[in-house]
Write a protein that binds this ligand. Structure first.
Ligand code: CUA
Length: 314
């Protein structure tokens, strides 16, 4: 059922389709120009050989003005006008303001992860965006530090996330499936590992997801998880990460209320398995060099307890 669409030429929504159509039009035009000129070049080479004076090896030059006018003025004018026209049509078909029925999703770029907030639904998550199928989504983009660029190629064009303003990008998914996204503006050492996953699902599935995300963190059960819960609150974790129902102080790092429901950690730097999570907590810099999260030195017992708690945050 899940389609993982990643490329701009695998459009899964109206905006992406407009952009893909424009791309194919420009590609076809470029190909036609290339074929015509390759044929002309070939023809002129053959002709030159035939017209050479056998005694001197030279040939009389012919008047170049006809070629200059057609190949150098008329053709570029026609091609550039056609591309300009197609671009204007594509721009007209790309929404620039959010329709009233749009779902609002605030996306804040951080070095190097995405904070994702649903202000009307009261949901905050990270690096995974759930959207309903067939409904426009107004992404309100901003940044907590440097300039990032939000890009989900199979849903539409990219747009900058700026530290001093908000840009709005309106996209829509036409079918259920997953879409890979990325940061498209160099933003430092781990720019390449600032992944984003967009999950498009039918309205009921989306509503169920929202309801689940609004819940507080799952209650830890068992002595080990209880100990992990205490550790999270006491240790430095809580000064950067929110786990609703436990601690709401930290704002620097991703909200971890439903950490276990995410497919990756570190914005795609590692899978969300117990082993990778343990490595990440012990020394995130070996997994993702330059990341702002400090290493956490825990003995084996405490590490197991913290993992038991975090792994339970469905
Ligand atoms: Cu954020 Cu590149």
């Amino acid at each position: 059922m899940t389609v993982l669409a990643a490329g701009a030429l695998e459009p899964r929504g109206p905006v992406a389709e407009t952009i893909a159509d424009l791309w194919w039009f420009m590609f076809a035009l470029g190909l036609a120009v290339f074929v015509v000129f390759a044929a002309l070049l070939g023809a002129s080479l053959i002709r030159r050989r035939h017209e050479e004076d056998p005694s001197t090896g030279e040939r009389a030059p012919d008047a170049p003005s006809r070629w200059l006018i057609w190949g150098g003025v008329v053709l570029p004018l026609v091609v550039v006008t056609a591309v300009f026209g197609a671009t204007v049509v594509a721009m007209r078909d790309t929404p620039t303001t959010a329709p009233s029925e749009a779902l609002v999703v605030e996306v804040v770029g951080h070095q190097w992860w995405w904070e994702v907030r649903y202000p009307e639904e009261g949901v905050t998550t990270a690096n995974v965006v759930h959207v309903p199928v067939g409904r426009p989504v107004a992404f309100r983009l901003s940044s907590a530090d440097v300039i990032h660029s939000f890009w989900v190629p199979s849903l539409g064009g990219k747009m900058d996330a700026l530290p001093d303003g908000t840009n709005t990008l309106v996209l829509q998914a036409d079918e259920a499936g997953e879409h890979r996204g990325a940061c498209a503006e160099f933003c430092g050492l781990q720019h390449a590992r600032m992944d984003l996953l967009v999950v498009a699902e039918p309205a009921e599935g989306f509503a169920a997801w929202v309801a689940g995300q609004r819940e507080l963190a799952a209650e830890a059960t068992g002595a080990l998880a209880e100990r992990g819960r205490e550790l999270f609150g006491d240790a430095r974790c809580a000064s950067c990460h929110v786990i609703r129902g436990l601690t709401e102080v930290g704002v620097e790092g991703p909200d971890l209320t439903h950490l276990a429901s995410r497919p990756t950690i570190g914005a795609g730097a590692a899978g969300n398995t117990a082993m990778e999570l343990a490595e990440w907590i012990a020394d995130p810099h070996t997994v993702k060099e330059g990341v702002k999260m400090p290493a956490t030195d825990l003995d084996e017992e405490d590490r197991a307890a913290l993992l038991a708690y975090l792994e339970g945050l469905e």
